[in-house]
Design a protein around this ligand. Sequence first.
Ligand code: AVI
Length: 334
Amino acid sequence: MSRPEIRLQDLHPTPAELAVEVLAGLRRRPRYIPPKFFYDARGSQLFDAITQTSEYYPTRTEIAILQAHAADIAARVGTGSVLVEPGSGSCMKVRLLLEGLKPCAYVPMDISREHLRVAAEQVAAEFPWLEVHAACTDFTRQMAVPDSAPEGPRVAFFPGSSIGNFDPDGAADFLAVVAELVGPGGLLLIGVDLKKAPAVLDAAYDDTAGVTAAFNLNLLERINRELGANFDLGAWRHRAFYNADLGRVEMHLVSTRDQGVQVCGERFDFAAGESIHTENSYKYSVADFQAVARRAGFFPEAVWTDPADLFSVHLLRVAAGPAVAASGSSPSRP
Ligand code: AVI
């Protein structure tokens, strides 16, 4: 069978870009490596496996919200748009919207090239009437609709509470870039995880099967493989906890002993118990998130939640005037 036709714009980060950011993150205190580097091919697979664990409620809850309100969403968004999805991953959730929205084109964007290609081809095969224009890019740095895509009113789809991986200022900056991408009157449909009991959050980010631990540790494996580093994977452990003061789940890799590691010819010493901070996942109330969105020039049009108030899906529209927040954004730093 011939492969379905997709157009792929390739701006995949180079090993040199990985090296620059990893070295900078290991030199600073506290040490920090941005979560976008989780998503090599294995990391993307492990993330998909996380979404299947019983503890990780966001994915199944957001899907239930999208299914329950698909008709309302379609009525509010309308048909014929260019539907853009930054961080599209496996393109699972967008499938729930495509029949109702009937976009004229779908633009998945992801940092993981092969994962993107496979996912985009599957969407193109399942929805033969849909033009798919994929863009392999680090959307935290560069977010542009490929020139090959048609003109049309733009709608951005940013599910999964990926916005939580920015700190609130970074989130407002990122949303301002999205507002510019969709333009005046443009829409954003975005999933945002809600604040809840810390025990639920702690379990969601430290599942008993150890999938999230493997996902976190895969970062060190990737750095060993791609940058010729010598992290001893047996000497690091996964740690995740809800930081109530800052309203975020933090993930760390903790050194279990005093050790030295070579990365790109540079030696880094870690004391026992010292950690590399690898991810923040901010949680919001509906009102707090709407306040962040307003700073970026968006106005709330609708919000849907599940009966247990675990997760929210917001529909936001760009105001006619210019956005307030500055453009340019990067994921949250400690
Ligand atoms: C992609 N992102 C929204 C996930 C989250 O919940 O912050 C990544 C993740 N990290 C650990 N589990 C899932």
